[in-house]
Design a protein around this ligand. Structure first.
Ligand code: BDP
Length: 328
């Protein structure tokens, strides 16, 4: 009896140990996402994690937490650097506070167009930014689309920089965006993405700036009906992984992750183009008053102090800035 009991418990104990070992051998990753589930970024992340899981035979799996439930973007970036968060899609805008190189793409009007942004991010510029990110504990796996950001508000259409004067504008967390709005005599308020709808509704701010899919998916268009296509910021987004998580993977797993990351970026860029058109239709049908900007030169000229201050504070980034500005 005693003997049997011991044998049984030993057998049980080793089964449990084996089970635990295989669970410990598998990596369950946590993915941060600020967007709603039906959004190009969200679909890209889901495609990424299912390809990784499939190609690693389930050795690596993960879950994407949508809607920003894992916290604000600046916090999530820090958590990823510490290895508390495994992966996520982040705008390079708020990443500027931790990774100086990413700030170059937050300079207003730095890319001539969205296709130019893709081309440069898929080449030397993206590589240089990726090196900067890696030095700060973030591994870039793919550059996602985020179109061009334009101003919207509840007060008036913006046609010239003078129209921004006196407007209270929410910006993403980065001093560059504060300076951008102040250069047109507007009042900038950095604020978490999730607080913007209520803040516009209650008049804490008059408006914000974003690309059409975000303007639409957040319902900001319901409370800020003037959407003025300044297209002042073309900021790529990054599917990234914590370097700490990355370093725990075998070289084969790293290959799989990298390949899946690139493939998901291609997929996301296609979804982006479709969603952008659909969002413009939806907001227009919802009553948004859209205006294009006949001449963007006055806006570009108004940004001179932003560039001057940035280059004075970050002279080591001059080459990278020029690489983008002088790109053919
Ligand atoms: C969206 C970006 C998201 C930002 C958000 C914002 O995709 O990463 O958090 O803008 O304005 O376009 O905060």
């Amino acid at each position: 009896m005693t003997f049997n009991f011991r044998t049984t418990s030993l057998a049980l104990a080793s089964a449990v140990t084996l089970g635990l070992a295989s669970t410990a051998g598998a990596t369950e990753m946590r993915g941060w996402n600020i967007h709603v589930e039906d959004y190009p970024v969200s679909h890209g992340m889901e495609a990424f994690i299912s390809e990784v899981s499939e190609k690693t035979g389930g050795e690596i799996s993960g879950k994407v937490y949508h809607n920003g439930v894992l916290g604000s973007q600046p916090d999530a970036i820090e958590q990823m650097r510490l290895g508390v968060m495994d992966f996520g899609v982040f705008s390079l805008g708020p990443m500027g506070q931790s990774v100086p190189e990413t700030n170059v793409v937050s300079l207003p009007f730095i890319f001539a167009s969205v296709p130019d942004m893709y081309r440069l991010m898929d080449g030397e510029v993206g590589d240089a930014i990726g090196v900067g990110m890696e030095a700060k504990g973030i591994k870039a796996l793919g550059w996602y689309a985020a179109g061009a950001r334009s101003f919207y508000n509840s007060v008036r259409p913006i046609n010239t920089p003078a129209d921004v004067e006196g407007l209270k504008v929410r910006v993403m967390s980065n001093d560059l965006f504060v300076k951008m709005v102040e250069s047109m005599d507007g009042n900038a308020t950095p604020m978490a993405f999730g607080e913007v709808y209520q803040s516009i509704k209650t008049g804490v701010v008059d408006g914000a700036e974003n690309n059409p899919p975000s303007y639409e998916s957040t319902n900001h268009f319901e409370v800020a009906k003037y959407y003025s296509l300044t297209e002042h910021l073309i900021i790529p987004e990054c599917l990234c992984m914590s370097l700490k998580t990355w370093e725990k993977l075998t070289p084969e797993q790293q290959d799989i992750v990298m390949t899946a990351g690139r493939a998901s970026a291609e997929h996301q860029r296609e979804l982006w183009a479709e969603r952008e058109a659909a969002s413009m239709e939806a907001v227009t049908a919802g009553g948004t008053v859209v205006n294009t900007i006949a001449d963007k030169a006055p806006f570009q000229e108004a940004m001179t102090p932003v560039y001057e201050a940035f280059l004075a504070a970050n002279p080591e980034l001059t080459d990278l800035v020029n690489m983008i500005r002088n790109a053919e």
